[in-house]
Design a protein around this ligand. Structure first.
Ligand SMILES: O=C(O)CCC(=O)C(=O)O
Length: 301
């Protein structure tokens, strides 16, 4: 059994910055296994019958929210890069401008449960279990929203500045992201950037929910004063370039983002999230992602 304990210095870093980069968390063989599987899933993508759902994310604009997306929490589904499609006209539906395997923005959202390779390196991983325990932030994490993000060469889009608790809201907020580089992630191909310490300042004042009439929307969290900070423009943003096998732990309140990928290199990563399942923390029924009776959010420990 391979386990992973954080050092006191790493825990301090997590407290101070709201994220923690752990190089070589997964070894070469484990990383290759996940990358090969991610590529295999991309290669087997069949666009016939796909509703051409693109993944758009913007806290102040249009966000993905069709049925294909809303019902993907317990499935493995494909979401396209918006610029991989020609615009639809009244006479012509959208069509792919690139080969199907290169059109994918993300694949999700139940990989950690349904896919044997990602299950092995998440729910069945003693390393993941022990690192989450050793972080000491959650009493009994539940795993949710597991996905591959491709950030395709040349067309891979921006992930705007956000915190994860907006999207996976609990009362009180408890989300933590686990993000795994499967390839080299650099400023050139769209590595993550963080505003260190922003988790101590940011308040989750809006949240992403299922809209009562269908689709998704953002609503205010009652009683939470919105931040006045213009996060994107603040000084102190730090890029987090990393090599394959690196695990990045992301506090649910820390502001982070990633730029487009204009390079000709892929930037494939795997990520899943954890919410507190103990301590009386409540997962909200308005959240876009809902557990089902057949597939509750699995317990990590
Ligand atoms: O992989 C990326 O570029 C963004 C991921 C992210 O922001 C997240 O998982 O919260």
């Amino acid at each position: 059994m391979t386990t992973h304990q954080l050092t006191e210095a790493q825990k301090k870093q997590w407290e101070e910055d709201g994220y923690l980069v752990i190089p070589s968390f997964f070894d070469k063989q484990e990383t290759k296994e996940m990358l090969d599987e991610a590529k295999r899933l991309c290669d087997e993508f069949d666009v016939d019958g796909h509703p051409m759902t693109t993944f758009k994310t913007a806290a102040d604009g249009e966000h993905v929210g069709d049925e294909y997306f809303l019902e993907s929490g317990d499935k493995i589904r494909y979401f396209l890069e918006p610029t991989s499609l020609s615009p639809a006209t009244p006479d012509t539906p959208s069509r792919l401008l690139v080969p199907p395997s290169q059109s994918i923005n993300k694949i999700g959202h139940a990989l950690a449960i349904l896919n044997p390779v990602f299950r092995k390196h998440t729910l069945e991983s003693d390393k993941i279990r022990s690192v989450a325990k050793s972080l000491g932030a959650q009493e009994s994490p539940r795993v949710l929203q597991s996905m591959i993000i491709c950030k395709q060469p040349r067309i891979g889009g921006v992930v705007p500045c956000h915190n994860d608790s907006t999207f996976l809201y609990t009362d009180p907020p408890s989300a933590i992201g686990a993000w795994v580089a499967l390839e080299e992630c650099t400023p050139e191909n769209g590595c993550l950037s963080f505003l260190p310490g922003s988790h101590k300042l940011s308040r989750t004042a809006t949240r992403f929910v299922r809209a009562p009439g269908g689709g998704t929307t953002f609503i205010d969290v009652p009683g939470v004063e919105p931040n006045e900070e213009k996060w994107d423009d603040m000084d102190g943003w730090r890029e987090a370039p990393c090599s394959p096998g690196t695990l990045v732990l992301i506090h649910g309140s820390v502001m982070h983002r990633s730029p487009p990928n204009p390079s000709d290199k892929t930037r494939i990563i795997y990520t899943f999230h954890m919410i507190e399942g103990g301590k009386g923390v409540k997962y909200d029924e308005k959240n876009w992602l809902q557990p089902t009776e057949a597939m509750p959010f699995p317990v990590l420990f």
